[in-house]
Design a protein. Sequence first.
Length: 424
Amino acid sequence: MQPDTKCVHAGYTPGNGEPRNIPIIQSTTFRYESGEAMGALFDLEAEGYFYTRLQNPTNDRVAAKIAALEGGTAAMLTASGQAANFYAVFNIASCGDHVIASSAIYGGTFNLFAVTMARMGIQFTFVDPDCSPAELEAAFRPNTKAVFGESIANPALTVLDFDKFAAAAHAHGVPLIVDNTFPTPIHCRPFEYGADIVTHSTTKYMDGHANAVGGAIVDSGKFDWTKYPDKFPGLCTPDESYHGVTYTQRFGLAGAYITKATAQLMRDFGSIPSPQNAYYLNIGLETLGLRMEKHCSNAQAVAKFLAAHPKVAWVRYPGLEGDPYHALAEKYMPQGTCGVISFGVKGGRAAAQTFMAGLKLASIATHVADAKTCVLHPASTTHRQMSDQQLEAAGVSPDLVRLSVGIEDPADLIEDVEQALAQV
Ligand SMILES: *Cc1c(COP(=O)(O)O)cnc(C)c1O
């Protein structure tokens, strides 16, 4: 199936007389005829559902659709993108281990790694995504367990150099984990470029309507953990907390990583989405291909308009010719990138504020990647306590406006931006 067909059909095939939509199995528990029948499930001897914290049929069908879209062998849903990135890393790194991450990543993920996971004893080295292969090489340590980056970084809009990051990770016998939230598998499939694990904040384009917070983890099934049993004992030696199962032996490379994340991390941390939220996510997924095409063509038109406007100081959009990441975008996401643009208004902080106040259609929101165009001025909201100098140091200039272009008619969006710029 092609991606648009997978969006509609993958993960669930109703039988004769069964519902065409994925049923919402809103039940915590599942009934069995005998203790023995249920015991077999606990021993992982038989397949079946028993408690929704571990697995639920609605969630599993939606996860299977995302696995199909990414071209992976197994996937799981989580209650948020934060939970997805935490599980993805913690599944293979624990106290005393080290992970390399691109410095151009979502602020929430940066804090999760640099503060919270550091407190759990996992050390992170952040590297400039544009570093040389030698600089990347120098970041590795004997206890490095993974390399992490975002395919298109939120909000920096840098495009990951997959070849460089995958080659370095594999030369050191560790997987490359890629957060693919912004381009989605419609525009970029990281497994085709050497990534081993993909994560998502499904809250963004996958849901696409600002309905439900959620996340997902997908395994390519390609990384051979058994070649490095000393590095990945959690996957290659018996799990005493789960009936002595050795995940790679019992579930093979296709299933080991996700089964471990479910059986251990979801069991113990419990960030499971409700089946109702998984249902909302699936409705969004059905139109993902259509929407991504529209988000991108709209963003391209708005970015071009902004780039030609005399009151605009600069524009960053990887789809724009002349953007520093245009060549990488052409290489890894030739059909399009995402709908998010950042740009500066001449006149700095005050001019950006006047522009924002003048918008009529675009709403001011701390969100990106849904149907409705929204806009954020970090210097007067999320970063408002910082001085102009501190903002520059954080890579957020005082004039920076982040525009998440929705799926409205582009003429209306351009008209809105034009009249707001006229007020500056
Ligand atoms: C929003 C976002 C996250 C966090 O996801 P939540 O669903 O808000 O928990 C992680 N990564 C990226 C790239 C994001 O944009």
